[in-house]
Design a protein around this ligand. Structure first.
Ligand code: DX5
Ligand code: ZN
Length: 224
């Protein structure tokens, strides 16, 4: 099949005092995107980073910044991340009351627009906005923390979203985030995902560069 596969290491699992080194390490190992988890302590029970750190990351990163906003009011704040240099800005359908307007604004700002949904949110929730997104992110854990276990029903949800996109005549990237490792990766790719986020499976390993290579190799091995 030979379709393109993007690996997006999540720096949530990296050493926050050495982010530039973490970014360089995975870029040298072949990362396609740098996944940046923004949490506001309200939409999710954890608090991470905001626009100033995204701006600094943009100065050092060679690969595009894939910014995942786990925040309560993305309609108000998504633009901050576009301005900070994010290449992809992804918002949660559960939080973006004005998702259509926000996604259009992200694109108008010059970034790619992504929509994401929690494990408990049905695929149908994003149907109306599919024509306005460049990427759909399927959360395969409840957002907030790295290192959680993959939720099995995510596989069926990826398949359903792939079908919905085909029916709508659109082809956004399909990204999966949470519990991705060499066992789950080939299964989500088989379901139609083309972009894999991985935190613990890369930065939680003794040799993150080797772990990234192993993840890519496993993802390209078709599950039978
Ligand atoms: C979870 C974040 C993820 C997280 C994934 O809320 O959105 O990006 O870093 O971590 P792993 O790959 O360890 O499940
Ligand atoms: Zn994420």
């Amino acid at each position: 099949m030979g379709h393109e596969l993007f690996i997006a290491p999540s720096i949530l699992s990296a050493d926050f005092t050495r982010l530039a080194e973490a970014v360089a390490l995975v870029e040298d190992a072949g990362a396609d995107l740098i996944h940046v988890d923004v949490m506001d302590g309200r939409f999710v029970p954890n608090l991470t980073i905001g626009p100033p750190v995204v701006r600094e990351l943009k100065r050092v990163a060679r690969q595009p910044l894939d910014v995942h906003l786990m925040v309560e009011d993305p309609d108000r704040t998504a633009g901050w991340y576009v301005d900070a240099g994010a290449d992809i800005v992804t918002v949660h359908i559960e939080a973006a009351v004005h998702a259509h307007r926000t996604l259009c604004a992200i694109r108008e700002g010059g970034a790619m627009a992504g929509i994401t949904l929690n494990p408990g949110t049905p695929a149908s929730a994003i149907a109306e906005v599919l024509p306005y997104v460049d990427l759909v992110l399927v959360m395969s854990v409840n957002p907030g923390f790295g290192g959680q276990s993959f939720i099995e029903s995510s596989i069926a949800k990826v398949r359903e979203i792939v079908r919905m996109c085909r029916d709508a005549g659109v082809s956004p990237r399909i990204e999966v985030d949470g519990g991705i490792d060499p066992h789950t990766a080939p299964r989500v790719v088989d379901a139609g995902a083309d972009t894999l986020v991985a935190g613990n499976a890369i930065f939680g390993q003794p040799d993150p560069a080797a772990a990234l290579a192993e993840l890519r190799r496993s993802a390209l091995t078709r599950s039978v």
